[in-house]
Design a protein around this ligand. Structure first.
Ligand SMILES: [Zn+2]
Length: 321
């Protein structure tokens, strides 16, 4: 059983918070010596859930039940359609932002490699290829599902790491899928070192895309409030009103005619080949500062702080733009 040191450092029991050590692993189970809880390890991936506080259970992973996040859930036809047709629109800034983030981390000139936790990192996020493959940073890729990149599984409402374990946390397209975004952000805050950085991308005008695991959306101001214990370094729309409109076009057709899985696949194909161009209007809408009123999603790069941003300033934040 190989669990790398980079994953292990600061790892603790999600139930009683005591340190987990390699010698506590017995036959694919990690046994907490203090509270007696045992955590299954499947194909080298520890499943560190506090079941009593999670919508997920060990059984989901032991039986390898398909959760929304699993790529395998996408049927063959839909995978083919995704590959051969242009997409409706996604994230225009992921690459630029994560390279900016890497630069911020490296400029700190730390005596060690900056350590970054990726929450929701079972697959490489939009535009994050260069970042996750950087030799200059140490990355812990976590998720609540198996995937090609998952190294540790946990529910982000209870992050199984000690306080101040990371220099940066990335949470891309995740917070809409958690029951309590506020609780997850407070966990991110807790595991960040003083002056730690957060990078979040969260949808705003985007339809349900995670079936039962899709709960919340944030306006630009709402997103700022969510990260109230962080100073803003940079924020903005990941994609604008045109992308929102493109997706609405697809979802309108789906609502009108998509009663069977076959029909839905056909509609998605039709929507893509007739509506893929709409997203390019984002280059025009982004000129208008009010584009954020209808943007598809937002990113936020923030610096950990001890005091919350006063609510009054969140009102000013909208007006200031
Ligand atoms: Zn324990």
């Amino acid at each position: 059983m190989i669990i790398s040191n980079s994953i292990l450092k600061g790892m603790n029991c999600p139930r009683c918070k005591s340190v987990l050590k390699l010698e506590q692993i017995v036959e694919d189970n990690w046994l907490c010596q203090y509270c007696g809880q045992s955590y299954p390890i499947i194909n080298g991936i520890p499943i560190l859930l506090n079941e009593s506080e999670s919508i997920f259970s060990f059984k989901d992973f032991v039986n390898q039940r398909n959760l929304f996040f699993d790529l395998s859930r996408k049927g063959k036809v839909m995978s083919l359609i995704s590959r051969i047709t242009p997409n409706m629109g996604g994230n225009n800034l992921g690459r630029k932002n994560t390279l900016f983030l890497e630069d911020l981390l490296l400029r700190r000139d730390l005596s060690y490699k900056p350590r970054v936790l990726i929450v929701g990192g079972s697959i490489v996020g939009d535009g994050m290829n260069d970042f996750v493959n950087s030799e200059k940073i140490e990355i812990v890729e976590s998720d609540v599902s198996f995937g090609p990149r998952t190294k540790v599984i946990f529910d982000s409402h209870t992050i199984p790491y000690e306080n101040e374990s990371f220099d940066c946390v990335i949470v891309q397209a995740v917070l809409e899928h958690v029951i309590s975004p506020t609780k997850c952000v407070s966990e991110i805050y807790r595991v960040l070192k003083p002056d730690g950085l957060v990078y979040a991308e969260t949808p705003f005008m985007q339809q349900v895309h995670g079936g039962p695991y899709d709960f919340t959306r944030f306006s630009k101001s709402g997103h700022r409030k969510l990260f109230e214990y962080f100073d803003e370094i940079k924020s903005g729309a990941t994609a604008g009103s045109a992308t929102s409109f493109a997706w609405s076009y697809q979802y309108l057709l789906l609502a009108l005619f998509g009663y069977t899985e076959k029909m839905r696949a056909a509609i998605k194909f039709f929507a893509r080949i007739t509506g893929f161009w709409i997203k390019y209007l984002d280059s025009l809408t982004s000129i208008n500062p009010r584009d954020t009123d209808g943007a598809s999603g937002f990113y936020f790069i923030g610096l950990k702080r001890n005091q919350a941003l006063p609510d009054r300033q969140i009102i000013d934040y909208y007006l200031r733009r």
